[in-house]
Design a protein around this ligand. Structure first.
Ligand code: ZN
Length: 171
């Protein structure tokens, strides 16, 4: 396992649409292991492969609390089915948009169909933070960031700030 660098906005790479995975094999499991280690190190609760520069439809997540045992989840080629009409608002953040948090409204519940770590098809009914986190990560697979759900003014402001920080870091 290895900790990989996380791409941050406005890196244009993050705007790509990720490609479906053809086979869940050892190479893909090695990528998922790297993703999980990178996410724990950050630390974060979810990570899409595109965030470490791999444009594949793969997500890892762990919503366990600090006092709880780790509970890693792996989603390969996830699809959202039956999003609820009822909406929920959570304050979201993103490892690719460091140090910025804001409220985003999304369907409160959804069903997700995906392949697990072993390539087995699974269906999961998600609600609460899990539903929000899955939808946030699924957005990454389409090249969408959570700040795209905010007003243009807020989005431009955070992108400008990140650009400036990256320029300073590069000097
Ligand atoms: Zn994110």
């Amino acid at each position: 396992m290895a900790i990989r660098p996380i791409l941050t906005a406005p890196d244009p790479f993050l705007r790509q649409v990720s490609k479906p995975v053809e086979r869940v094999d050892d190479a893909l499991r090695a990528l998922m292991d790297d993703m999980l280690e990178t996410m724990y190190d950050a630390p974060g609760i979810g990570l899409a492969a595109i965030q470490i520069g791999e444009p594949l439809r793969v997500i890892v997540m762990d919503l366990a609390g600090e006092e709880e045992e780790p509970a890693p989840r792996y989603f390969v080629n996830p699809e959202i089915l039956d999003p609820s009409e009822e909406m929920n608002v959570y304050q979201e953040g993103c490892l690719s948009v460091p140090d910025f948090f804001d409220d985003v409204e999304r369907p409160a519940r959804c069903r997700v169909r995906y392949l697990d770590y072993h390539g087995e098809e699974q269906v999961l009914d998600a609600e609460g933070l899990l539903a929000t986190c899955i939808q946030h990560e699924m957005d990454h697979l389409e090249g969408v960031l959570f700040i795209d759900h905010l007003s243009r003014l807020k989005r431009d402001r955070v992108l400008k700030k990140l650009k400036k920080e990256q320029r300073l870091a590069a000097e």
